[in-house]
Every structure is written in structure tokens, then in C-alpha cells.
Design a protein around this ligand. Structure first.
Ligand SMILES: [Zn+2]
Ligand SMILES: [Zn+2]
Length: 839
């Protein structure tokens, strides 16, 4: 590897002043685009390290700095270990805040967004993050979003993109659709006195559910993901095995509705059936009964509120008896039909059977409304199959039981009964075993301006027609006044709206919906590998070299949607033949949040720490190193300004030490045998520290403890500095301390590296190796005598106090057998051996 050409400009001062040092190196690094460049092909092993890309909101916050400081330390460590590293950055730059800012400041979303990108990129560079900017991706530019459109056409071709009616938030005053974030306490964010309505609109969906089973199974193949994230995804996908059972309403020609249950074995204990307030049968029954209609409206409102607060499980359960009954097809029993506020239309079938004796929720509901509680399962004896006569406390909800009072199924175990009763339903054509998922298809339509236009047109003759691939991109028009109300913003731009039909050439109208921004982030990391390709989204060979991502780092708030959508996108691209990997990410890390004074940083609380201020006061090295040092990276970090000052003081200490001792640097190799005890202690501490930092990079990432280890080493250097260390050792220790700091405080490390007479980037300096022999604590062997006879030998560190040595001798197992039950008359430590006299 050729050394880079740089003039050695060294700022030598006794005082550590980070500003000129950091400015000097930032400037030098920016002049060298090859510095962080990934090699297109290499004999080195590859390593793709990635931090989640930010939304360009206008400025970095400390949470970003923490996220990027972790990734940057890792990238630098991998470079120093000889890897070919890809470490890119980009901008998730479509989305609602740009529209809100446009309304507030009269700035077009594009100008606002691109302006913010310039600002944030400058901040990233000032903090010294080692990104390969030649791979930069900006999702709001046509060279990127045209590929969103291209993928949409592929999805549509394969039947994986489709339209269906779905509910949206509608403000009657704005006459437009609102995003969920624009609904505040049930009202419009711009019209605080206007209740938001629900309207049904035709919208675009992607069939994520086609991959539900694979998305679930794939989680078992991701040992490098936090268990917490895998559990969250499993729950989100929500696979449950159960049985569908048809109940018929008890009037001639009565409607049939289907109940989904995971416990069909308890169906003889069903004493009511319950419908979601929005179930079509509820609507039919309510149509003929004004009183019921009023009560159902109330239940819908309660449910709406609970959904908005996001916690439907905590809803206070209410219901209303419709006065109708339905027939249980297993025993012909007529059970009352209720409508209840905790049954959701979009989960299962929107109808359940209620078995109070064997379900917590049903039990609570039955107690409240005085519905019969009928036991049909009894516990089995000691895990066997025999039923006991034991009367359990109700509700009895486990599967360790046998059926009673259940007709021909009485006596079966619960598990057996579920199989047999599902088969029975299928045989008699009133039901079947089934698997359901909580995961829904992905609604990607947004009635917004600042997003990727969906490449479809509507023709009066041909209906819905895809735009031809050669006509992509469908450009998002500029100069759209989004401050106006009334309808979708793109619908007010005639040059955009009116087009010709790709099929018949007649007049047609463009789709005015734009895509959910989660589409942009579902595949951006593939584009990074080949960011300027204008023929295809990316070259399969290039992506194949880099994928899967070796390490992905981001906030836990993206554990579900972003990561499920990107896993879906990966599987779809694999099925298109574009890639070979099944999963995008090998190892995932979720860093903790940053808080201050016990609360999340927010403008309203006035506890926001600005990265710019931290850089101005302490320098970029101190600011980023503090985010790694304050606590382990997976934990919540409670910001302390004093902590940043502490890191600054530590770096200043290192700076002063090297300033004073750099000239003693020598190329002479280290000699081990001839060191004084102090010098040997430093050497040992050095090798122990290298081991700790290396182990942590490869394992737990507890950068806080490895930075403290470096601090301890530096303190010991200060302690022996006056006595003098052998030049050869001093040279080696200084080099290694600088190398150990390089991933955490790159500016200072480079400055000191140069001070030591070294040239070239530290990224190309090999990571220091430790010698396990030199790291080992010294030990001495002490013979232990009992009544004058040698009975054992113990091992202690030199300088162990006599009392401690004696305790260790007495506790030794062999010694114990000779002194047990006897009186100890004397115990002596001579400095060379222990003698114990017993009687
Ligand atoms: Zn409004
Ligand atoms: Zn047509």
C-alpha cells in the first residue's frame, strides 16, 4: 500500500487544543477521497458496516452522534485489522416534516431538504466520521426514487401490488387526508376544533403476507440479532394456529359468520359469541334496531380512542347483547350474540366464541355481564392423560387437561381434541384448521406531496395501467403549492395529473398518491454498493460481494417496521433473481437512547445538547468518545456535561504525555528480560489493555470499560514517568496507546501518530497484538507445611499481604484435610513458605 503524501505540520503545544488539530486533519482527510474508499475488489476479507441513515431534519442530535460513533469505531477497527470495509452514509429524505416545514416557512420541500443535507454532512465531517461519500444515496432524488418505481412495477407484474379500499384520516376543513401524526387528540393539527373523520379510499398495498411464514422462520436463522428484536418481530408477525367455525344466526335463512379460535377443544363451554363493532353482521343487525345502532356507535368510538392510544388490550371491556342467538354447530346449542368493544375487525375474523371457564378475558367479561360460566376442561393428573376429579380455580386456561361435558369428544386430551374437532368441522363442512397471521399487507399509499410518485395511470378505457419501464422516472413536479387545502397536492398539478394512456394512447390521469417512505429505506443499503448505476437498481455481482451487511447499527424504534419491510424486500429481490442472500443483515445492534436529567431530550423541556456546541467547547473527539464511554452502547445514556469534560481532560493528559516523550521514540525492538519491576509492570498493563480492547471489539462492545482500561494505563505511565522508562518500552507503549485510541478519538490519534514520527493514515496501521505471556500477572509459588510436612503449594501475586497469603493457605483444599477438626496453634508466613501447627 503506497503511503499518502502529506507535509508534516505538527502543532506542538503543552496545552491540548482540539480545534486547530481537528481542523487540520478534517481538511487533510477531505482532500483525500480515497481514504475511506471501499475497494471494488480485493483479496482482503470484506466487511460491510452500516448505521441507519438519518432523516435530514436540519441538524444532528446527540442520538445520531452516538449511533455513528459506534459504527465509526467499528469501521476503523476493521480497517486496522486489514479488512476491505464499506462504510457509507445517505439521506432518508422524503417525508412529512419537509411538507410541514414548507407550510411553516414557505420554503419548497426540496430546497429545505437539500439545504439540511448540506448542513448535516458538514457536521458529520467535522465529527470525523469515516464515510465513503462516493456511495452516498439521497432518496428524494430521481436517480434513486426511479428504482422505487421500477420495483413497484415488478411487484405489480407479479400480483404483489394491488388496490383495495381502506380507511384514512380525513379533515373536512382541509378537505384532505391526514397522516396519523397529523391527528392530535382526534382533531386536525391545523384545525384544532375539527374532528378527524374516517373515510374509505382506494389505496395501494404490497402483499407482505405472502412472505409471512418465511419472515417468521427466517428469524431462527439470525443468531446475530438481539433476541429482543426477534421476539418483537415474531409478535408482530403473530402466527397462530387455530380453527375456523361457522355459526348460523337463528332465523330462517340466517346469515353465517365465521369464528376463529385457537382452542376449539373448549367449544362446548362457549356461552356466547361476540362480534367486532365493525363486523358486517353487526351492521345488519343494527340496521333493524335503532337502540342497538346507538350502542354500537358508542362501542366503535371507544375502540377508536383505544386504537389511537395504541393500547387496545387495556381497553375497559364493554359489550351489548344483540338479542339474537347463533347455533353452535358442534352441539346445536343456541348461544347469545354480543357485540364487544375489544374485538377487532382486522384481527382473525372479527368474531370470537366466548368460553369464560377457560379464558381470562372471557371470564372477566362474563362476570361483568352475568353470562354463564361452564367448565369443559379438567386438569389431568401429573401430566398424564387421565382426568382427575380435582376442581381447578376458574378460569383454567392451560392445555394440560382433558375434556368433560363435550359430547363424543369427552375424555380426549386438549391437544388431541383440537386435531379431531378441527377434522370433524372440515368433514361436516362447517369449518377447518387454519393458520392466521397478525401481519397485514403493507399499505403504501400516501396522499402526500413529498414522496415517490406511484407509477400508475387511470384510463377510462383500460382502467388501471402501469407506466412503461422506459418512461421512468415519473418525476415529482416542483413548485407545487402544498400550503393550499383541498384534495391531494399532486391532483392540483394539471401538467402532472393529465397524461396519455401507455396502452391506448388516449387521455389518462396519473395516480396522485405517493409511496410510504419506508419503501425508500427498504433497499437503500443495496444501492449503496453501486450508487451511480443508471441501468439497474444495482449490479447483482457487486451487491453479492458485499451482502449480507456484516453489522447494522440503529435505534430500537426501527426494530419492527423498517426491518420487516427490508427483509420482505430482500426476499422479493431474491425471487426476482437480483440477489442470492435471503436476509439483508447478519448482525444487528440496537443502541440505547440518550436522555438528560431523566427525560428524553426535547426542545420543550430545554434539555437538548447540541453536537455543534460540544464540538466547539471540547472538540469532536471528546464529544463522540463520551457517547461511547458514558455507559455500554446498548443502555440508555443520561447525558452529563461534566462527563464530556472528563474525556477532554483524559485526552489532554495523553496529549501532554506524548508531547513530552515523543522524541524518545525509537525503532529499537522491545527487549523483555532486562526491565525493572516498574517497567515490567507497565509492559504487562499494556498487553492486558490491548487484550481488553481487542476482546471487547470482538465481543460485547463495552467500549466504556475498554476506554477505562486505556485510562488506567495512562495513569500508570504518569506514575512512573519521573523514574524513567527504557526508551524501547516507551516507544512501544506510546505507539500502542495511540493505536488503541484511533477508533475512538481519530483526530488526536492522528496528531500524536505524526508527533511520533509516523506517516500515513492510522487506518492502514495494523491493530496492536498482545502477547498472552506478557499480559499474564506474575505469580509466585508458596509451599504450605502442616506440622513441618509439605502438604500443598499455593500461588499468589508478588506483594500479596501476609494475612491474605495465610488465609489462602488455610482455605486450600488439601491443607483443609490436614487441619479439619484440629486446633490451630500457630500459623507463620516466612515470606517464602507457610507453616501451620495444629494439635
Ligand atoms: Zn384541517
Ligand atoms: Zn387506455
Amino acid at each position: 500500500m503506497p503511503q499518502e503524501e502529506t507535509e508534516p505540520i505538527t502543532i506542538r503545544e503543552d496545552r491540548y487544543d482540539p480545534q486547530p488539530i481537528e481542523e487540520k486533519w478534517a481538511e487533510r482527510w477531505q482532500r483525500d477521497p480515497a481514504l475511506y474508499a471501499a475497494e471494488p475488489s480485493s483479496t482482503k476479507p470484506k466487511y460491510y458496516v452500516l448505521e441507519m441513515l438519518p432523516y435530514p431534519s436540519g441538524g444532528l442530535h446527540m442520538g445520531h452522534v452516538r449511533n455513528y460513533a459506534i459504527g465509526d469505531a467499528l469501521a476503523r477497527y476493521m480497517w486496522m485489522n486489514g479488512y476491505n470495509v464499506l462504510h457509507p452514509m445517505g439521506w432518508d429524505s422524503f417525508g412529512l416534516p419537509a411538507e410541514n416545514a414548507a407550510i411553516a416557512n414557505q420554503t419548497p420541500p426540496r430546497d429545505w431538504t437539500l439545504g439540511n443535507i448540506v448542513k448535516m454532512k458538514r457536521q458529520m465531517k467535522r465529527l470525523g466520521f469515516a464515510y465513503d461519500w462516493s456511495h452516498e444515496v439521497t432518496t428524494c432524488l430521481p436517480d434513486y426514487y426511479r428504482w422505487n418505481q421500477w420495483f413497484f412495477l415488478k411487484l405489480f407484474e407479479r400480483g404483489l401490488a394491488y388496490r383495495k379500499k381502506s380507511k384514512v384520516n380525513w379533515c373536512p376543513k382541509c378537505a384532505t387526508v391526514l397522516a396519523n401524526e397529523q391527528v392530535v387528540g382526534g382533531c386536525c393539527w391545523r384545525h384544532e376544533d375539527t374532528l378527524v373523520e374516517q373515510r374509505e379510499l382506494e389505496q395501494w398495498f404490497l402483499r407482505t403476507t405472502n412472505y409471512a411464514e418465511e419472515l417468521l422462520r427466517g428469524l431462527d436463522q439470525l443468531p446475530g440479532w438481539p433476541e429482543k428484536v426477534r421476539t418483537m418481530q415474531r409478535n408482530w408477525i403473530g402466527r397462530s394456529e387455530g380453527t375456523l367455525v361457522d355459526f348460523r344466526l337463528d332465523y330462517s335463512g340466517g346469515d353465517v359468520f365465521t369464528v376463529f379460535t385457537t382452542r376449539v377443544d373448549t367449544i362446548y363451554g362457549a356461552t356466547s359469541v361476540q362480534l367486532a363493532p365493525e363486523h358486517p353482521i353487526t351492521a345488519t343487525l343494527a340496521a333493524a334496531d335503532p337502540d342497538l345502532r346507538m350502542k354500537v356507535t358508542q362501542l366503535i368510538a371507544e375502540q377508536g380512542k383505544a386504537k389511537e392510544s395504541g393500547d387496545i388490550a387495556a381497553i375497559e371491556k364493554h359489550g351489548v347483547n344483540t338479542g339474537h342467538v347463533a347455533v353452535n354447530p358442534y352441539n346445536g346449542e343456541r348461544v347469545p350474540v354480543w357485540v364487544a368493544n375489544y374485538i377487532l375487525m382486522d384481527y382473525g375474523t372479527g368474531a370470537i366464541m366466548s368460553v369464560p371457564a377457560h379464558d381470562e378475558r372471557d371470564y372477566e367479561f362474563a362476570k361483568k355481564y352475568g353470562i354463564e360460566i361452564r367448565q369443559v376442561i379438567v386438569p389431568n393428573a401429573g401430566g398424564g392423560t387421565r382426568a382427575t376429579q380435582e376442581v381447578p380455580e376458574l378460569p383454567f386456561t392451560t392445555m394440560d387437561g382433558n375434556l368433560v361435558n363435550s359430547g363424543e369428544f369427552t375424555g380426549l386430551s386438549c391437544a388431541d381434541a383440537i386435531k379431531k374437532m378441527s377434522a370433524y368441522a372440515e368433514q361436516h363442512k362447517f369449518g377447518k384448521a387454519t393458520v392466521t397471521f397478525r401481519l397485514k399487507d403493507w399499505g403504501i399509499s400516501r396522499q402526500r406531496y413529498w414522496g415517490t410518485p406511484i407509477p400508475m395511470v387511470y384510463c377510462e378505457r383500460d382502467g388501471v395501467v402501469p407506466v412503461a419501464e422506459k418512461d421512468l422516472p415519473v418525476i415529482l413536479p416542483e413548485n407545487v403549492d402544498i400550503t393550499l387545502t383541498g384534495g391531494s397536492p399532486l391532483g392540483r398539478v394539471p401538467e402532472f395529473l393529465n397524461t396519455t394512456c401507455p396502452r391506448c394512447g388516449g387521455l389518462a390521469r396519473r395516480e396522485t398518491d405517493t409511496m410510504d417512505t419506508f419503501v425508500d429505506s427498504s433497499w437503500y443499503f443495496y444501492r449503496y454498493t453501486d450508487a451511480h448505476n443508471d441501468k439497474v437498481p444495482f449490479d447483482s455481482k457487486i451487491a453479492g460481494y458485499w451482502f449480507p451487511i456484516d453489522q447494522y447499527i440503529g435505534g430500537i424504534e426501527h426494530a419492527i417496521l423498517h426491518l420487516i419491510y427490508s427483509r420482505f424486500w430482500t426476499k422479493f429481490m431474491r425471487d426476482l433473481g437480483m440477489i442470492e442472500n435471503d436476509e439483508p443483515v447478519e448482525r444487528l445492534f440496537s443502541q440505547g437512547m440518550i436522555i438528560k436529567g431523566g427525560a428524553k431530550m426535547s426542545k420543550s423541556l430545554g434539555n437538548v445538547v447540541s453536537p455543534d456546541e460540544m464540538v466547539a467547547q471540547y472538540g469532536g473527539d471528546s464529544a463522540r468518545m463520551y457517547t461511547l464511554f458514558a455507559t455500554s452502547p446498548d443502555r440508555e445514556l443520561d447525558w452529563q456535561d461534566e462527563g464530556v469534560a472528563g474525556i477532554y481532560r483524559f485526552l489532554a493528559k495523553v496529549y501532554r504525555f506524548v508531547s513530552r516523550n515523543a522524541q524518545k521514540n525509537s525503532a529499537e525492538t522491545r527487549k523483555d528480560g532486562s526491565f525493572s519491576p516498574e517497567a515490567r509492570a507497565i509492559q504487562r498493563k499494556l498487553h492486558q489493555t490491548i487484550k481488553r480492547v481487542t476482546d471487547d471489539f470482538q465481543g460485547r462492545w463495552h467500549f466504556n470499560t475498554c476506554i477505562s482500561a486505556v485510562m488506567e494505563l495512562v495513569n500508570e505511565l504518569y506514575a512512573v514517568e519521573a523514574k524513567g522508562l527504557p526508551a524501547s518500552l516507551l516507544a512501544g507503549v506510546q505507539r500502542d496507546v495511540v493505536l488503541l485510541l484511533a477508533p475512538f478519538a481519530p483526530y488526536l490519534a492522528h496528531e500524536l501518530w505524526e508527533m511520533l514520527g509516523e506517516r500515513g493514515s492510522l487506518l492502514k496501521a495494523p491493530w496492536p497484538r498482545y502477547d498472552p505471556e506478557l499480559a499474564k500477572e506474575e505469580e509466585i509459588e508458596i509451599p504450605v507445611q502442616v506440622n513441618g510436612k509439605l502438604r500443598s503449594v499455593i500461588v499468589v501475586a508478588p506483594g500479596t499481604p501476609p494475612e491474605e497469603t495465610l488465609q489462602k493457605a488455610l482455605a486450600e483444599e488439601k491443607v483443609q484435610t490436614y487441619i479439619a477438626g484440629k486446633d490451630i496453634v500457630k500459623k507463620i508466613f516466612t515470606g517464602k513458605l507457610v507453616n501451620i501447627v495444629v494439635r
